[in-house]
Design a protein around this ligand. Structure first.
Ligand code: HPA
Ligand code: ZN
Length: 354
């Protein structure tokens, strides 16, 4: 069985996925036409040509520009439905979607349009594709704490449909501590917490996310490797990292995939998961991330199996739901061993000395 077939068959959860980052150029142009908006790109090729990034900020500038075509509930439904179709083909069984309310409310789009549209696609994905999902409301960290507090107040009517809060956008200069109070408020309302940290920001931001924001997972987190005591802590406390290999190369966090540290982190006992981040912008969906990482880093089937299992265990599904999916992962592992039994080392021929 080849890597791609094996990785596809493994039931997976995708835990680091910005739904606005799944906006493919074709859909961007279609929504611009539908909403009678003018884009500076004449065609799909021009959009794709613009996708060369020097780092996180140059990506974010174009990402927010693209998101401006999203206006109505129907647009958000179409966006998420397109993602779920691709995810299901990749063997994703559960997805936890980030969305950025401020990107939309700042343009005058009501939060209800966003949530209702996404929810319609989520309900359809569960029924028609067997893919379950949850929503994570992210605060934009380049905006103020007051803006985050106001966003959370606006989200109050929808809190029963939101599993967690997150923190994204420009990391450098916007440490997690800036959002300590709004995260405490969200947790007191029963929401879980995650945050981007240690993508472009230093290891200290990962520690702040854990200690001040009380996150259950760290998004990216790869710069933890610069502080060995932090890597040990993540492993000891079982804190999952939602790692996005293709994103990290596109945004120059690593010069190439062969130099990514995800395999080293796995070997040090960190609960690494693989995810696509903003797949329309970074050249691949979750299966592409598994396959590219496996090829560049010589990951074994056991590594892939572990990554898939970590993704289920790091999700916000219930214990019962996790056990069912882990059971399915076990079956894929067993089927692989039957089809492709591990080669036993041949017993050393007894030396016959005369
Ligand atoms: N980092 C920070 N903010 C983001 C990202 C990311 O990778 N993707 C979308 N918003
Ligand atoms: Zn991200």
């Amino acid at each position: 069985m080849d890597v791609e077939a094996f990785a596809r068959r493994l039931p997976k959860a995708e835990l680091h996925l910005h739904i606005e980052g799944t906006l493919e150029p074709e859909l961007m142009l279609r929504l611009a036409r539908r909403n009678k908006l003018k884009l500076r790109f004449p065609d799909v090729e021009a959009v794709r040509r613009a996708y060369r990034f020097q780092g996180l900020q140059s990506f974010l500038d174009i990402y927010y520009e693209g998101a401006a075509v999203l206006r109505t509930q129907r647009d958000f439904h179409d966006l998420a439905w397109a993602y779920f179709g691709r995810a299901a083909k990749d063997g994703v069984r559960h997805a936890e979607l980030f969305f950025d309310p401020q990107t939309h409310t700042q343009r005058g789009v009501a939060l209800g349009e966003v949530v209702e549209g996404l929810e319609a696609a989520m309900t359809r994905a569960r029924r028609e594709l067997g893919v379950t999902s949850k929503l994570i409301l992210c605060f934009l960290r380049h905006l103020s704490e007051e803006a985050a507090q106001a966003t959370f107040s606006q989200a109050r009517p929808y809190l029963d449909r939101i599993a967690a809060v997150g923190l994204d956008s420009s990391e450098k200069g916007h440490p997690p501590r800036k959002f300590e109070r709004v995260f405490a408020r969200a947790r007191s309302e029963g929401l879980l917490a995650v945050a981007h940290a240690g993508e472009e920001g230093p290891p200290g931001y990962v520690e702040e996310a854990l200690d001040l924001l009380k996150v259950r997972r760290v998004d990216h987190g790869v710069r933890c490797a610069e502080k060995p005591a932090l890597v040990e802590r993540l492993a000891r406390e079982g804190v999952p990292l939602t790692v996005c290999p293709l994103s990290n190369v596109k945004l120059k966090v690593f010069p190439d995939l062969a130099r990514h540290n995800l395999k080293a982190l796995l070997s040090r006992g960190v609960r690494v998961t693989l995810n696509s981040d903003d797949p329309a912008y970074f050249g691949g969906y979750v299966l592409d991330n598994y396959v590219a990482a496996a090829r560049a880093l010589a990951l074994s089937p056991l590594h892939l199996w572990t990554l898939a299992r970590n993704s289920i265990e790091a999700s916000f599904l219930s214990g019962q739901e996790k056990r069912a999916l882990v059971g399915d992962i076990m079956k894929v592992g067993a089927a692989y061993e039957d089809a492709d039994p591990p080669r036993r080392p041949r017993r050393a021929a007894r030396s016959r000395r005369s």
